[in-house]
Design a protein around this ligand. Structure first.
Ligand code: ATP
Ligand code: MG
Length: 266
């Protein structure tokens, strides 16, 4: 069934139980607007990764519906899902590059899989364009991941995520475990990539509240498999919801510590 909607991703009353008793998704509804950056936040175990897996069609809902770009994905077969997944670009916490391939070959890989109509020369041209877009200096294109810095590897990972020109970009904890300088580079890269690709919808799962507020058009906070608050960063700062207030003050306090070494408040 096709649904006319302005949302890139539309989730209605999603429920998921793995054991038939506990609901990990507990009637979650969320509309992610096209062309915007939405950051998903929430305490550990609230269902962020499970939600992402539903969006990617890796998990089937117990009940409820999920539309991606107007298409209902809940009863798609494997072949349809594989095709749909090509409209997603994904960048994970660990860029997960192929260690025995150069930067360029890493980006060519998805083209070989899904764009067989392209000639080798066209693939190289496309891969080079994506690497350039991701800000990797040309002199590194033939290096293997082990010869690159963490920042360079992230750029290659992003270039590979962009290879198939995805309508939706998904970042799962893209900065977790990175130092502050690299974190800022990746955050800036997410924003510049988003802005350079008109109409792209970006979804970022992040523990880093400060970054979330800096890059997000909208933030959605999950709690117990539901959306606790979905709004602009300002809505979060203004919120009266206790859990939101606690989460926000924790993030802000952490940021103060990083910059001023202020002692932790009790
Ligand atoms: N395959 C599974 N089988 C059973 N339970 C699962 C499975 N995957 C996730 N869960 C449960 O679902 C809940 C939500 O997990 P999820 O991984 O989505 O949390 P999260 O918000 O991503 O947490 P974190 O911030 O730590 O990554 C947890 O209670 C988890 O134990
Ligand atoms: Mg998770």
């Amino acid at each position: 069934m096709e649904v006319k909607t302005d949302s890139a991703i539309s989730i209605r009353d999603l429920k998921k139980t793995f054991d038939g008793r506990e609901f990990v998704m507990n009637g979650l509804s969320l509309e992610l607007p096209r062309g915007k950056i939405t950051v998903l936040i929430g305490y550990s175990g609230t269902g962020k990764s499970v939600l992402l897996k539903h969006i990617l069609g890796l998990l089937k809902p117990t009940s409820g519906s999920i539309h991606i770009l107007g298409q209902d994905i809940t009863d798609m077969n494997t072949r349809e899902l594989t095709k749909l997944r090509n409209s997603f670009g994904m960048l994970f916490q660990y860029a997960a590059l192929f260690d025995d391939m150069s930067a360029l070959e890493n980006v060519i890989f998805p083209l070989k899989e899904h764009r067989r109509e392209l000639s080798r020369a066209q693939m190289i041209e496309t891969a080079r364009a994506r690497l350039k877009e991701s800000g990797l200096d040309e002199k590194h294109y033939n290096k293997q991941p082990s010869e690159m810095s963490g920042g360079m590897r992230k750029r290659v990972g992003l270039a590979r995520a962009l290879a198939l020109d995805p309508a939706i970009l998904i970042y799962d904890e893209p900065t977790t475990g990175l130092d502050p300088v690299l974190t800022e580079m990746v955050d800036n890269l997410i924003v510049s990539t988003h802005n350079a690709r008109k109409g792209t919808t970006s979804v970022v799962v992040s523990h880093d509240l400060y970054a979330a507020f800096r890059i997000a058009d909208y933030v959605a906070m999950l709690d117990s498999g539901r959306v606790l608050l979905h709004g602009t960063p300002q809505d979060f700062l203004d919120s009266d919801i206790d859990l939101v207030k606690r989460f926000v003050s924790k993030g802000v306090r952490k940021e103060l510590q990083v910059h001023t070494d202020a002692p932790e408040e009790k």
